[in-house]
Ligand binder design. Structure first.
Ligand SMILES: Cc1cn([C@H]2C[C@H](O)[C@@H](COP(=O)(O)OP(=O)(O)OP(=O)(O)O)O2)c(=O)[nH]c1=O
Length: 562
């Protein structure tokens, strides 16, 4: 397994290790992870008898350590980190859990118990993903444990006491440190060595792969037919048909798919051999069907389904229909599609938002993509409907369209700003922290729209003054995207056209989702203007830099240092 792409998944996140253990810090930094260390204040005093297994105890302790740090950091500045990692290592022998010795006598008791025998070392790990929204902290916990068997040699009393007098046992589970002098006590190890030292790096990386790089659908072994539990049909599962006659027969999905892959070649071929069926073209079918899923999502957003369910869910289809003023039959079907798309959950009490939907598809909230969805529904959808003629006739097809009336173009601009604001709020932190920009004191976000990225840059870098440069008709609406009386420090807005007017002076120019909009000659013109605005750097002074995040939030931004 190649590890760097795995660890790389955490590169743009603010990661905190909730541990005072120098070993854990070393293991994770040697793996290339960038993180802060915030030792947990959780007292390791859980009732061991309450846990069915020793590792369940270690996992719970690890989880509590991480949760304590996440909520403390959230309370402190209302912003929890993205990921908090907690761990707990214990030694077990004969059903007894050994943690750190209280004193030398305690260390002696522990080491005597381990002397000449094999014991288990468990490390429980909790990876917590945090999301602070509207002052609330949401946490997703992923937990696991690793066991390693360690066998001690027969050790003399003298050696045990000499080892105890070295002071090494005192901050270590079981009273020894395998990575140092304690290595002399150990005859053999079965399993992950680093797990004994305090952190099961290999298992951790596998978890990251599971979390961030799930296997492609075609790589997952198909579930045997008999093991698929019986499910209700569309009609039975949905309460939509209640009191609504016109719905027609039930169907298994949006488009009548049975949900099963088509049968492969029928039985043995003429030679009695079974032919290998060609790979099932799931990606292709997803592409063909994709527009239906998008439109279902757009429609549910437009009808405010996710807002209604965020406020009042879970609700039956009939109640949702009443609230959004739509037909019961249609609403029921739309809700079921949203369930199939993973946007809603359905239980006996009705339909409710998934966390994803409440966070991103309801119209309010710091992580809302509602405006972004609306823009795609109202603008991108229409433009893409004309794709064929655009390809046939070239860009002049678009140029030949009648001019929009000014009020329409104002509405369209506002919709566009809403879309960009939502998306940028979501990605700004990753862009702002992708590079260390602390050496700059001035930046200019060209086409910075509502200032969502500029605000994050100013927040991240206390010395940085940020200018947002955008068209006057954009700047005019900025205040409606921020709370009343919003007066950000070190952030100001300058109206202008970056193709015509002088660019504000700055050490750092940011072009976020700008360049893709223009043909090559325009891009060249814009970059030349930026280049001309950059004063020549010196070896001692701050250097000029241009940041372009057109590649999207996950790809590393391109950098040009002039
Ligand atoms: C068995 C063994 C444990 N240890 C260490 C790993 C852990 O740091 C420690 C077990 O105590 P833990 O309670 O797991 O961790 P900690 O108190 O050091 O740090 P924190 O609670 O803040 O996360 O024992 C070794 O260094 N070598 C060993 O061979």
């Amino acid at each position: 397994m190649v590890l760097s792409p795995v660890i790389g998944k955490l590169l743009h996140k603010r990661v905190v290790l909730a541990s005072a253990s120098p070993r854990r810090r070393e293991i994770l930094s040697q793996a290339g992870l960038r993180f802060e260390v915030v030792p947990s204040r959780f007292k390791e005093k859980l009732d061991k008898a309450a846990f069915p297994t020793p590792y369940a105890y270690a996992i719970e302790t690890a989880k509590q350590k991480a949760l304590e740090v996440a909520s403390r950091m959230h309370q402190k500045d209302l912003r929890a980190p993205d990921v908090v990692i907690g761990a707990d290592t214990i030694v077990t022998i004969g059903g007894l859990i050994l943690e750190k010795p209280a004193d030398k006598q305690d260390a002696y008791r522990m080491l005597s118990r381990l002397n000449g025998k094999e014991h288990s070392v468990f490390t429980g790990v909790a990876i917590i993903h945090c999301c602070s929204e509207d002052g609330q902290l949401d946490m997703d916990v992923c937990e696991f444990h690793e066991e390693t068997m360690v066998k001690f040699s027969e050790l003399s009393e003298d050696l045990l006491w000499e080892y105890i007098d070295s002071g090494e046992p005192m901050d270590k589970a079981g009273g020894y440190g395998i990575q140092a002098l304690g290595g002399m006590l150990v005859e053999c190890v079965r399993g992950d060595f680093l797990n004994v030292v305090g952190f099961p790096l290999n298992h951790f990386c596998k978890k990251l792969v599971e979390l961030y790089c799930p296997p492609r659908r075609e790589d997952v072994q198909r579930v045997k037919h008999e093991s698929i539990p019986a499910v209700d049909t569309f009609e039975i599962a949905s309460d939509a048909a209640q009191g609504d006659e016109g719905c027609g027969p039930s169907r298994a999905g949006v488009d009548g798919h049975s949900g099963q892959a088509p049968a492969g070649p029928q039985g043995p071929d003429t030679n009695g051999l079974v032919e290998n069926p060609p790979p099932f073209p799931s990606d292709l079918l997803d592409l063909i069907d994709g527009f239906k899923a998008s439109k279902a999502l757009f429609t549910a957003c437009k009808l405010k389904v996710f807002d209604v369910l965020k406020e009042e869910g879970p609700l039956k289809a009939v109640d949702v229909a009443r609230k959004i003023n739509a037909s019961v039959c249609g609403t029921g079907r739309l809700l079921d599609v949203c369930v199939a798309l993973g946007l809603l959950e359905k239980t006996d009490t009705g339909y409710g938002n998934t966390r994803l939907a409440s966070r991103h598809l309801a119209s309010e909230g710091a992580c809302s993509l509602h405006g972004f969805v609306a823009y795609h529904d109202e603008h991108a959808w229409t433009v893409f409907t004309d794709l064929e003629s655009a390809v046939r006739q070239g860009p002049q097809a678009a140029a030949g369209r009648p001019e929009e009336d000014p009020s329409q173009s104002r509405d369209r601009r506002l919709r566009f700003m809403r879309a960009m604001h939502g998306l940028t709020q979501l990605t700004a932190r990753q862009v702002a922290t992708a590079f260390d920009l602390s050496r700059f004191t001035s930046a200019c976000d060209l086409g910075g729209c509502t200032g969502a990225l500029a605000r994050e840059l100013a927040r991240e870098y206390p010395r940085l003054k940020v200018t947002v440069f955008d068209l006057p008709e954009v700047i005019e609406h900025v205040s409606s995207f921020h709370p009343e009386g919003w007066q950000p420090e070190r952030l100001h807005f300058v109206p202008g056209d970056f193709f015509k007017d002088d660019l504000p002076d700055a050490q750092l120019y940011v072009l976020s989702r700008i360049l893709h909009d223009w043909a090559d000659d325009r891009v060249h013109e814009l970059l030349s203007r930026v280049s001309r605005s950059c004063k020549p750097g010196t070896f001692t002074g701050p250097r000029r830099m241009m940041l372009n995040d057109d590649l999207g939030p996950v790809a590393p931004p391109q950098r040009v240092v002039t």
